[in-house]
Design a protein around this ligand. Sequence first.
Ligand SMILES: [Zn+2]
Length: 333
Amino acid sequence: MPAPAATGSIVPVLSILPWDIAPLLKQRSRKLWGELPVMIGPDGSLITVPVGLVVGAQSGPTAYVGAGAHGDEYNSMEITRRLIQELDPPAVNGVVIGIPVQNPIALASGQRTIPNQPWDSDLNRQFPGQAGGAFTARLAHRVFSLVARANLVVDLHTATSGDRYVPLAYLPGRDLVLERSREMAKAFGVEVIVETPIAGTLIGAANDAGIPGIIVELGAGGLLERRIVEFGVHGTQRVLGLAGILDSNERVHADPVVVKELVPVRTECGGWFHSFGEAGDRVRAGAAIGEVTRVPDTIETLTAPCDGVVARRATRGLVLAGDKVFLIAQVRA
Ligand SMILES: [Zn+2]
């Protein structure tokens, strides 16, 4: 019986990479996409993550750019895909490793975390991972094997579905590389920097290994936003420029608000949520910034707890009592 005619939809686009990618980095001035083998799935098929490798014509540092640790953060995935596609190997000094989808299981499920994993389902709390650990820890371990090759790391995120972030960087790691990481966040052009330890993040584990790096949050979960994608590609290119991987000298004159934590605003009542402004707005303490309504009336007015910048706001129309609908980066006088 003749084999069925192949169609574009079922022919694998990417080839399977070797377990160790080191030999692929020896040949200068080339770009390739491949699938990094991770483990065998329950149906016997190979679980892989897509990897873009850009080996520059000139030697230089290695950058790791990842996205999609959470499955509903499409802006960050598209930024990483586009970044790799737009890099021109002859213009690159060093190596750029890009993984647009670090968590293919969550993406296929359309969810933030890995389903059917009641424990440890959040990939970005499992780094550096464990070869002999549970499913999520094994995935983290495999991804981290590429992170560990890098001299700098950018891990791109987007708010979870139902929320929107202003361009913001989390620096979750140690003092050892904090200054360098802060420079990266400023080069990216974020408006808010939050310097706070978060256990198990990819960047925290990279920092522990002495590698500077930033988590960058961009835009609204569940959406693909052209303006945000554009900003994210250019921001990542500016970080590569700072490291000397690109010859670009483009600098932004951003003066981000730097805080140790974000101040939450929670609802007291469930209902329909209205935000009066956008992520990135400056607010004054006591100012009305949103409300909750339900039949027949407005039941709650939400006010800013401090002077600051709206770092994140809910985009969902329905909220429950106790929902964190705003996060404010406090600006002290
Ligand atoms: Zn995320």
